[in-house]
Every structure is written in C-alpha cells, then in structure tokens.
Design a protein around this ligand. Structure first.
Ligand code: PMP
Length: 514
C-alpha cells in the first residue's frame, strides 16, 4: 500500500503507483491558462505547459478569469444552486443559446430540446434511453397494427371470405405461428451502432458503445450491445444493417386469401458517432462517410447521436465539429468545455421531431440543471460567441500553427512519427510502434501499452510539457490546449517533441528513463 505524507493512500493507490513509475506522480497546486504549477524541493513553483487540457475540457483555459469572476459573483449572490422542481432561468437561457448557435451552424431552424446532466457518459446514457423510448413506441405501434390485422383476418376466415395460406388447416395454427415468431423477436434488446475506435463513456450502457475491449467486455452482460462499424469504410454500414435486419410477421387479407407479410422490426436503437474520435486516436470522419451514415440511418429510421463531448464547444474551429463535415444529428451530446473548467455539466440535445416529452418525468438527476453549472455554461457560450466568434477563428489559427509544427516534426523524423491528425485544437501525433524495438525497455513498455505514459513522464520531467496518449490508441499523443495558446508554448512543445523524436530515432532508452 502506498502512502502520501502521513496518510495511507486509499484513493486508487494502484493508479498512483503507475503514475509514479512513469514519473507522472506530480501534485499540481495552481493552474491558469495553459500553465499548471507544481512545487520543487525548494518550494518554488515550476510551470508546466498543459496540452492535456483537462482531457479537452478547457477550451477557455484553466481558471479563465471571466468564468471565475462570474462563478464567484454567483456564489456571493447566494444564487439557489439546488432548486429542483422550479423555474431554471439559467438552464432555459443555456438551451436557447445552444439552439441559436446550432441553428446558425446547421442552417436549419428545427429546435432541439435540452436535457441536462452532469457528465459526458451520463448525457450519452440519456440519449440511449431517449432513443429506446422512441424505438419501443415504434414497436408498440407495429404490434398494435399486427394484432388488429390478425383479428381482421380471423374474422374474414370465420365468415368464409378468405382462405388460409398453404400449410395451415386452422386459423389458430396460423395465429400461433405468427405470435411465436414475433415473441422471439420482441424480447431482443436493441442493438446500437458505433464506430470502431469509438469512445462514448464508461458507465454501464455507454461503455458498451466504447470500442476498447479492455473497458467494455468485463461488463458486456450488463447492457445492450453495440455493433461496431469499420471507420470511414464505404459500404460497411449498409452491409451491417442488411445483416442485422429482422422482420415481424403480420397478416393481410388480399383477394380472398390470408397472406403472411413481413414488417420491418426496428433492430437498431441509434447510431453513435464522434465526428473526430478523441480517445480512439484523433480520427476524423470524412464528409463522404458522414453522408453515408445519414443516408443509411434515414433509410431504416435509426436516429443519429452525434457525440460532440470532446470535439464540440469550438474545439475544432466551429461550435460543432460535425457541422464541418455536413453531419446532421437527431441528438447531440455536449459536456467537457461546456462547464468552462469549473462546473460539471453536460447536455443532451434532442431534435424536436423525435422528442418525447414524457422523458422529462422519467429521467432525472439530483444535480442536473443546477443553478450554478447552468449559469456557468451560459457564460461559457457567451464567451465562445463573443466578438463575432473570435474564439472559433482563433482556434483555427492557433490550431493551424500547432499542426504545422507537428507536421514539420513528422517530416523531420519520418521513422519516428507515423502521422499527424486532427482539426483546430484537437490534434494527435501518432508514433511508430516500438513493439519490435531492439531496445529492451522500449520494446517491453510498448508491448505492455504503457510506453506512451513513459513518454509523457519524459516530456513532463525534461521539458515541462504535459500531454498523454489517447485512452484507446496508445501510440497517439493528444494535444488539446486552450485557445489562448501562445507561440512560446508551441515552441516549448516543439523542443520537447524534438528531444523525444531524437531519442526514439537513436533508440536511446537511457535518455528516456534518465
Ligand atoms: N464521449 C466522448 C467523445 C468523450 O471523449 C468522453 C470523455 N473522454 C465521453 C463521452 C465521456 O465523458 P465523461 O468522461 O465526462 O463521462
């Protein structure tokens, strides 16, 4: 058992041991903008440039002064933070502002209703539940129609107006055949569609839509399953939908004969898509693939949940990354930067045409829609939109500068850097795999999928730069700084990465672990 000061560490101590092993066990005592500080042995603050950016939750930086001042004013004004079952003006304002922004980006005026939650995974779970309500309503309408048609056929046969299909002597046998087929299908849980490499959270249902097997499979028995669609692969989705198709049986009376007919069963609950995968290694959905997703989902009436938890809130130079590839969602999830780095808040947006008002009563959370985080979220949206979208333009410009630096390193070290990906300030640098390295430590750590964290430790200790690999792509370092990124901060990262690339090129493992 590890200890911290006088205390035995009972707060996930094994995680801390791993951090210590990688040289990441640092206590930060202050943070502002893109800089975090820890204390050295002499009690002096040591600045670290933060490219991890709260896993993408800090588009406006650590302790943004305007957001902090607003939060302090809210607390000083003693606003009611928990006032369930009352009128929530800040949440109403946030929902209105979100609609204004999204309608502008989508060029469409259909409203989206907002369901508030606390974390990203929770917003995803709300989306799954909401989509399931709609699917269940469709199933119920279908079974109602089928029952009515069976009774109509029964009456027609009894009146001698219609004959039975071949193979059936009694109407009851036919009705039994239909009922049995349908009963087997009706107990099937929905299937959700998600992309290979996806990350949609780690709660009971959302983790089943997260592709990483290590996170997902231990809990597979707990929730509905996903079918994972190959990323950006034309034709793959149509094939999966075709293979998954199932039909309920119904009856019709046509020309004096009862016929068995097939009715499409809504097998798929929803398609979840991150326009740019974050944890999967910064992978961008192409505009062509987005169009294919929309078309395929529309054809079977399957709603699309666009997960903008990491890519949204201006991170890619637009409020919604999906707007840049023309992907229109029936649902959107937002979290992370929505809370301005201070509040824990997420939101599920549901297009009016699929919204179910009963959801508001059957889904809730004590802390959702609270007065503090809703008011912070509203201020964050105002800041993003200020000066005619200065933040979006700056993200594009700063992101362009950062990406150009990463690309020049890739050109300089082609044997070390495999790829540079991403948009705006959501960028990834993929390193070549070291699993077959001649250097024993590099090889062993790579095979154990922890080399990325050891690299993070090196960048932190040697270069005072904080970045981590993405959760499900161990060779990809992620860069998600705030919009106030300076040229000096880019230069500091460049020198750190140049040091790293030289070490990997020379296979100088001693330098990495020194
Ligand atoms: N979806 C995406 C795209 C994410 O990046 C994340 C978090 N990395 C989540 C969902 C889950 O959010 P949270 O960690 O707040 O539950």
């Amino acid at each position: 058992m590890s200890t911290v000061g006088d205390h035995i560490d009972l707060a996930e101590p094994h995680m801390r041991e791993n951090l210590a092993m990688a040289g990441l066990d640092v206590e930060y005592i202050r943070a502002t903008g893109n800089t975090m500080y820890f204390l050295d042995e002499n009690g002096q603050e040591v600045p670290v440039i933060d490219y991890a950016g709260g896993y993408g939750a800090l588009i406006l930086g650590h302790n943004n002064p305007e957001i902090t001042a607003h939060a302090v004013a809210l607390l000083n004004a003693q606003i009611p933070i928990l006032a369930q079952f009352s009128r929530h003006t800040a949440a109403i304002g946030t929902a209105a502002k979100l609609n204004e922004i999204i309608q502008r980006e989508l060029g469409d005026d259909e409203p989206y209703y907002a369901v508030f939650a606390n974390t990203g995974a929770e917003a995803i779970e709300a989306a799954l539940k909401h989509a399931e309500l709609n699917r269940a309503a469709k199933v119920s309408a279908l079974t109602g129609e089928i029952s009515a048609a069976v009774e109509a056929a029964r009456a027609a046969v009894a009146a001698g107006e219609a004959s039975l299909p071949a193979g059936f002597q009694q109407f009851d046998d036919l009705a039994q055949h239909v009922a049995q087929h349908n009963a087997e299908l009706l107990v099937r849980p929905p299937l959700f569609l998600a992309l290979e490499g996806s990350f949609h959270g780690k709660l009971v249902s959302s983790v089943q839509l997260t592709h990483n097997e290590e996170f997902r499979t231990p809990f597979a028995a707990l929730a509905a399953q996903a079918v994972f669609v190959p990323f950006n692969q034309p034709g793959a989705l149509t094939k999966i939908i075709e293979q998954g198709r199932a039909s309920l049986l119904g009856l019709v009376v046509d020309g004096g004969a009862v016929q068995i007919v097939e009715r499409d069963f809504p097998v798929f609950g929803a398609f979840l898509v991150e326009p740019i995968q974050g944890e999967g290694g910064i992978n961008e959905v192409s505009a062509e693939f987005a169009a294919e997703i929309r078309q395929a989902c529309e054809a079977i009436g399957c709603p699309i949940v666009v997960d903008e938890i990491q890519s949204g809130m201006g991170r890619t130079g637009a409020f919604l990354a999906s707007s840049l590839i023309g992907l229109r969602g029936d649902y959107y999830t937002l979290a992370k930067s929505l809370g301005g780095g201070l509040a824990k808040v997420s939101v599920l947006l549901v297009r009016e045409s699929c919204y179910r008002k009963e959801f508001e009563l059957i889904h809730s959370s004590t802390f959702a829609k609270d007065g503090f985080s809703s008011a912070v979220a509203l201020r964050v949206l105002d800041l993003l939109e200020a000066d005619d979208g200065r933040v979006y333009r700056l993200v594009e410009e700063r992101g362009g500068r950062l990406k150009a630096m990463l690309q020049s390193l890739a050109a300089e070290f082609p044997d070390v850097v495999k790829d540079v990906r991403g948009k705006g300030l959501m960028l990834g640098l993929e390193l070549h795999d070291q699993s077959d390295s001649q250097a024993a430590l590099l090889r062993d750590f790579a095979r154990a999928h922890i080399l990325g964290y050891v690299i993070s430790g090196y960048l932190l200790r040697r270069h005072r730069v904080r970045t981590f690999p993405t959760a499900s792509a161990a060779n990809t370092l992620r860069f998600a700084p705030s919009v106030e990124l300076t040229d000096g901060e880019i230069a500091q990262l460049e020198s750190g990465l140049r040091g790293l690339c030289s070490i990997l090129r020379d296979q100088d493992e001693q330098a990495l672990f020194a």
